[in-house]
Design a protein. Structure first.
Length: 266
């Protein structure tokens, strides 16, 4: 059921990442010296960030000063899916205030594409009859749909706003941007366990692990009683963490995919 959906999504992301890495590895390498900030983005330790310049531009989602030698993250992937939390490699950022954390969660939850995604997930769930209590037909699809919307919203606010505020963690994904496929893939997956604090230090990613667990538990409140088992809740928790890992891979390699495959059209 839910793992089939997770597997199908992951295959797409890994395939896209593999294509990008293959193209990157065959492209001419620049002789320019790498920025000194690269060490800041080591998979296992983080140096304290320098203060951001006073005149740094403030956008609705991310404030950044990015090295010109690094591929930049776009605000959307393929011009559709929101990518507000991804930070370009070799970028210095100030701490994210509380209101910006909640704004990130709001953007991800109410972006137009989130309703499209919910519709797709609802269709797959109905086709598999994953919640028999919802019945069949158009009315059943409506139930699947609003549950998918609610699941996305609860998960986003738990992992991007509420828990990051309580634990003083930075919910953004900092792109490594340098090294081979295995190094960058390992880095992307370790971000499920390791994240930054608001002060720039590395810490256990409570927001990802506990936040998704809390989101899965809260969702039991609006699902039928037969779906409120430890097994069902655990499946939702593990599936969401797995999807976040797949999205981390996509975010890590998206600048390369966008630059080489799509010529930075998106």
């Amino acid at each position: 059921m839910i793992f089939d959906s997770l597997l199908s999504h992951s295959r797409v992301f890994f395939a896209a990442a593999a294509i990008a890495v293959l193209l990157v590895s065959t492209a001419p390498q620049s002789t320019a010296q790498q920025p000194s900030q690269a060490d800041v983005f080591s998979p296992y330790k983080l140096a304290a960030l320098d203060p951001a310049p006073e005149n740094t531009a403030d956008s609705s989602n991310i404030t950044a000063v990015t090295s010109a030698t690094s591929a930049k993250q776009s605000k959307r992937i393929l011009g559709i899916f929101p990518n507000y939390r991804a930070v370009s490699a070799d970028t210095q950022l100030p701490p994210l205030p509380l209101r910006k954390k909640f704004w990130l969660a709001t953007q991800d939850s109410f972006d137009y594409s989130s309703f499209i995604t919910a519709g797709m997930l609802a269709g797959v769930a109905q086709a598999k009859n994953s919640t028999p209590e919802f019945g069949h037909g158009s009315s059943a699809y409506g139930r699947y749909y609003w549950h998918a919307v609610a699941d996305q919203g609860v998960g986003n606010y738990m992992t991007e706003a509420i828990f990051p505020t309580l634990t003083r963690e930075d919910p953004r994904y900092y792109t490594l941007g340098h090294g081979g496929f295995l190094k960058r893939s390992r880095y992307a997956f370790t971000r499920l366990l390791i994240t930054r604090t608001d002060s720039g230090r590395s810490t256990l990613n409570f927001s990802e692990i506990i936040g998704n667990g809390a989101g899965a538990g809260i969702s039991d409140a609006y699902y039928p009683s037969r779906e409120r088992t430890w097994t069902k809740t655990g499946q939702k928790w593990v599936a969401q963490i797995g999807l976040d890992g797949a999205f981390n891979i996509l975010k890590e390699f998206w600048p390369d995919i966008n630059r080489i495959v799509f010529r930075s059209k998106y």
